[in-house]
Ligand binder design. Structure first.
Ligand SMILES: Cc1cc2nc3c(=O)[nH]c(=O)nc-3n(C[C@H](O)[C@H](O)[C@H](O)COP(=O)(O)OP(=O)(O)OC[C@H]3O[C@@H](n4cnc5c(N)ncnc54)[C@H](O)[C@@H]3O)c2cc1C
Length: 232
């Protein structure tokens, strides 16, 4: 529901809406906001990787992902938000403060299909929260994330097992050139999750298939945003 008449938005909110309160807002690195919320549990409870939606205007929804669940209570969720876009979702996120009451739209958790046990995770800033939620399982994952240059050092301190690449001028270019020059590190992989910029994901999947690094069926993709498109 990136865009829908307000009456449809009201209907969705009345069935999927969970009342929530922002507990904390932090800026862990340039280009990122980290939110902590207490939100009423959906059926089956909150899970890392849970897809959620916020109604950022009466006719607009924007999608995000739960990175962490728990801490002091099972209704506490954490979300990592990339602030590269100047769209209504990001503007809405920037206005949140501790104490703000919001509505989180979601249903039961439906995890992404993951293949294999030794996986490659590729994404941009918008996907870091999801990648962190999923990369906790599996065997010695290879994780590479493209982020604003100023964010590389603080993020690498916090997640020393992930590789952070400074973004180049065009989205996906830094990840693509890393992928094309990386060899032995990709040997022995049996699955991949590619998230983030739609057009970049297509290129990455083609490189993995054409380079015989992974077959198409071992690769899961999910676009989070696309050049020339508002909301996905
Ligand atoms: C299932 C799902 C889960 C998601 N989870 C997360 C998450 O956990 N954290 C997170 O930060 N994002 C997440 N996203 C991405 C987020 O929903 C998009 O970035 C969204 O488009 C932002 O909305 P907006 O209103 O700011 O920009 P829009 O109105 O959608 O777009 C405005 C302009 O900004 C561009 N744009 C949009 N997003 C980006 C971006 N990230 N970087 C650069 N340019 C952009 C668009 O191409 C467009 O030109 C998720 C998306 C999906 C589909």
């Amino acid at each position: 529901m990136p865009q829908a008449p307000a009456v449809i938005g009201n209907l969705v909110e009345s069935t999927l809406g969970r009342p929530a309160r922002v507990l904390n807002v932090d800026e862990p690195a340039a280009g990122f906001l980290e939110l902590e919320l207490r939100a009423a549990s959906p059926p089956g409870g909150w899970r890392p990787g849970h897809e959620i939606q916020f109604r950022v205007a009466p006719t607009l929804g924007r999608r995000y992902t739960v990175r962490t669940v728990g801490g002091p209570d099972a209704e506490r969720i954490g979300i990592l938000v990339a602030t590269d876009s100047a769209g209504p979702g990001t503007t809405w996120m920037r206005r949140l403060r501790a104490g703000t009451e919001v509505t989180v739209l979601t249903g039961r958790h439906r995890p992404l299909r993951e293949n294999g046990t030794r996986r490659l995770y590729l994404g941009d800033s918008s996907a870091l929260g999801t990648i962190d939620a999923y990369a906790q399982s599996g065997d010695d994952p290879v994780v590479t994330v493209e982020v604003p240059a100023d964010a590389v050092a603080p993020l690498a301190d916090r997640w020393p097992r992930y590789r952070f690449l400074p973004a180049a001028d065009a989205p996906g270019d830094a990840l693509q050139s890393w992928l094309e020059r990386t060899d032995s590190e990709l040997a022995g992989l049996d699955g991949a999750l590619l998230l983030g910029h739609a057009q970049s994901i297509q290129r990455q999947r083609r490189t993995l298939i054409d380079g015989q690094i992974l077959p198409r069926r071992a690769i899961t993709t999910k676009p989070y945003w696309a050049t020339g498109k508002e909301g996905l």
